[in-house]
Design a protein around this ligand. Structure first.
Ligand code: SDX
Length: 392
């Protein structure tokens, strides 16, 4: 009596919304944000510019960019009471757990002040989220290593400020290396948005009920954490370290192909890209550049490149169209910068916040917006009568 609906596990062929943000052609390996190719944005633009583009639809003029960056800078501080919230976590808590909790807790600080029907208030929530994420991420790191929290410095760029809050200590002057700032900014751009991936769909679904945006982003962070999604960057680097040497690659390739072995090549395969992930290409090049410029030699990078070469010639990976994705090479760069693997997915979340808030805002602004409510195919028992416990 409900009419017909389509069974589509994993939503492989269901469009859940209309969106003007991001276009992907998975067969051609194309990714465009508001029409601009990802490689051009990564090479020529900045993360703040891409954030503006995704949220507002057009690249900013110089004045618009200054104004936007200043607005973001103005919101970088966290309410001081949140420091107490951090102290409630175990010292060895995973920084993703901390981030998920702290961002969710922000909804308590900005609850009454966020009327999502008002576009202006939505924009303030968007600015707050983008601005506070680096502070939250850096504090999660500081807490885990037992160092004091570092407050934001409004004279620095978004990315330089984040690096300073993460790596500086009160006892020493900290000079931000422009090579690292550039690399980090590029990594943020490459992660900024990716249409209706699992975490973005989670944010939209949570937001479709009219929930507080800070709580919706916490839901997105929870979804991103899984190793099949954003958690793959941490898992990929752990895997590369475990493989350790080029000689051991065939053994792991054989395991990835074995259906009885749960092992999968982390950072490989994608639901949409069946040719290559254009972000992985930029990431590989960036990894080579950064290691070269920093004078770092990391055998893990050789293992990664060799693994890619061997897999791309293997019939299993060719037939299943499995290529390195965005998470395959990012860890090599993040390691060289000095991040522990547990921070990798936090950095993904920081950058993806831009996409999440832009998609959330697009959804709320859409007159066709409805609460998300998938149906199901019921496979349980048919109607039966209740028996008292003694009669069962
Ligand atoms: C991200 O969606 C997005 O846009 C996500 C993302 C974003 O920016 O938001 O791009 C970020 O999440 C990147 C993906 C990170 N995950 C990983 O790197 C984890 C390893 N990859 C896989 O688990 C998998 O490839 C997924 C999750 C990425 C895609 O899953 P699908 O589309 O559901 O495909 P599948 O798991 O059904 O795989 C199809 C086949 C299967 O074999 P068969 O059952 O058909 O015989 O390919 C095999 C899989 O077993 N396969 C792999 C493999 N990935 C898929 N075999 C070995 N190693 C792998 N990595």
């Amino acid at each position: 009596e409900t009419g017909a609906f389509t069974y589509d596990p994993g939503f492989t062929s269901t469009a859940s919304c209309e969106s003007a943000l991001t276009y992907i052609d998975g067969d051609a390996g194309i990714l465009l944000h508001r029409g601009y190719p990802i490689d051009q944005l990564a090479e020529k633009s900045s993360f703040m510019e891409v954030a503006y583009l995704l949220i507002n639809g057009e690249l900013p003029t110089g004045d618009e960019l200054d104004k936007f960056s200043n607005t973001i800078t103005r919101h970088t501080m966290l309410h001081e009471q949140l420091a107490t919230f951090y102290r409630g976590f175990r010292r060895d808590a995973h920084p993703m757990a901390i981030m998920c909790g702290v961002v969710g807790a922000l909804s308590a600080f900005y609850h009454d002040s966020t009327d999502i029907a008002d576009p202006l208030q939505r924009m303030i929530a968007i600015h707050r989220l983008i601005a506070k994420m680096p502070t939250i991420a850096a504090m999660a790191y500081k807490y885990s290593v037992g160092q004091p929290f570092v407050y934001p410095n409004n004279d620095l760029s978004y990315t330089a400020n984040f690096l300073r809050m993460t790596f500086s200590v009160p006892a020493e002057e900290y000079v931000v290396d422009p090579i690292i700032v550039d690399a980090m900014d590029k990594i943020f751009i490459l992660h900024a948005d990716h249409e209706q991936n699992a975490s973005t769909s989670t944010v939209r679904l949570a937001g479709s009920s009219g929930a507080n945006p800070f709580a919706c982003i916490a839901a997105g962070i929870a979804c991103l954490w899984g190793p099949a999604h954003g958690g793959a960057n941490e898992a990929a680097l752990n895997m590369l370290r475990e493989i350790g040497t080029v000689e051991k690659i065939p053994e792991y390739i054989a395991r990835a192909k074995n259906k009885d072995d749960p092992f999968r090549l982390m950072g490989f395969g994608h639901r949409v890209y069946k040719n290559f992930d254009p972000r992985a290409k930029v990431m590989q090049k960036t990894a080579a550049d950064v290691l070269n410029k920093l004078g770092v030699t990391d055998p893990i990078f050789d293992v990664a490149r060799e693994l890619e070469q061997i897999a791309l010639k293997d019939d299993y990976f060719i037939e299943k169209k499995l290529y390195p994705n965005v998470d395959f090479y990012s860890g090599v760069i993040l390691s060289a910068i000095g991040f522990p693997t547990s921070m990798f997915t936090v950095l993904f979340a920081l950058a993806r916040t831009v996409g999440w808030v832009a998609q959330w805002n697009e959804m709320i602004s859409d007159p066709a917006q409805k609460i998300g409510r998938p149906r199901q195919l019921y496979v349980g028992p048919t109607q039966r009568d209740y028996l008292p416990v003694g009669d069962r």
